[in-house]
Design a protein around this ligand. Sequence first.
Ligand SMILES: *[C@@H]1O[C@H](CO)[C@@H](O)[C@H](O)[C@H]1NC(C)=O
Ligand SMILES: *[C@@H]1O[C@H](CO)[C@@H](O)[C@H](O)[C@H]1NC(C)=O
Ligand SMILES: *[C@@H]1O[C@H](CO)[C@@H](O)[C@H](O)[C@H]1NC(C)=O
Ligand SMILES: *[C@@H]1O[C@H](CO)[C@@H](O)[C@H](O)[C@H]1NC(C)=O
Length: 178
Amino acid sequence: MVCMKVLIFVISVQLWIYLSQGTAKFGNLKCDVLQADLISLEECRIKAINRSYNVVNVKYILKKQILEFQLNFKLLKRERGGWHPFLYDINVNMCEFFKRPYKYVVFNAIYQYGQKFTSLNHSCPYMPNMEVALMNWSLTENEVFQKFPVELGVYAAHTTWYTNKKKFLQMNGTLILE
Ligand SMILES: *[C@@H]1O[C@H](CO)[C@@H](O)[C@H](O)[C@H]1NC(C)=O
Ligand SMILES: *[C@@H]1O[C@H](CO)[C@@H](O)[C@H](O)[C@H]1NC(C)=O
Ligand SMILES: *[C@@H]1O[C@H](CO)[C@@H](O)[C@H](O)[C@H]1NC(C)=O
Ligand SMILES: *[C@@H]1O[C@H](CO)[C@@H](O)[C@H](O)[C@H]1NC(C)=O
């Protein structure tokens, strides 16, 4: 019995060490502005810190006031040479989200990863000349697994941003868990 417990303990410690040695790295990032009179793109890049660690820097400047906007967020997984929908395809009314985050349980869990790194952190309005950015943002594999115990692999997040029912921004990125 004791032996079994020790064995399970050893295995779980080894599993933990194995998992915590993995890395979560951003693979690529695309930011496409679809309404140039509304926002301008200042920066959209993945910055390498070292071989196993990189950060995302994204910055926009608003040219007009935004009174309401929606986000479509979907996850995809790379499998058998193609991209396939994975777990989530969510629509979020963003101004409502900042007022009542508890109504969007999954999206809120995802948003928490970036909260400290972004000025996209309040309800509407968003005013002209405001800088909306996500700077020095990174993820560790442990942070990912804590909330979403997914398999290792390559994942993509596609975000489409709408205001007044028209798309104004498309931002897609990939994350490699290995
Ligand atoms: C890479 O940089 C991160 C953050 O500075 C650090 O925690 C990690 O130990 C570094 N990894 C290597 C292999 O140097
Ligand atoms: C929102 O982001 C801005 C800019 O980073 C920061 O000054 C402010 O304290 C943040 N507000 C909240 C509620 O986190
Ligand atoms: C991001 O990180 C760089 C280098 O570590 C630092 O110089 C810069 O001030 C940081 N920017 C923000 C907005 O935190
Ligand atoms: C970004 O994601 C959207 C929505 O899934 C897709 O239609 C578009 O082709 C993607 N663009 C790139 C460059 O991946």
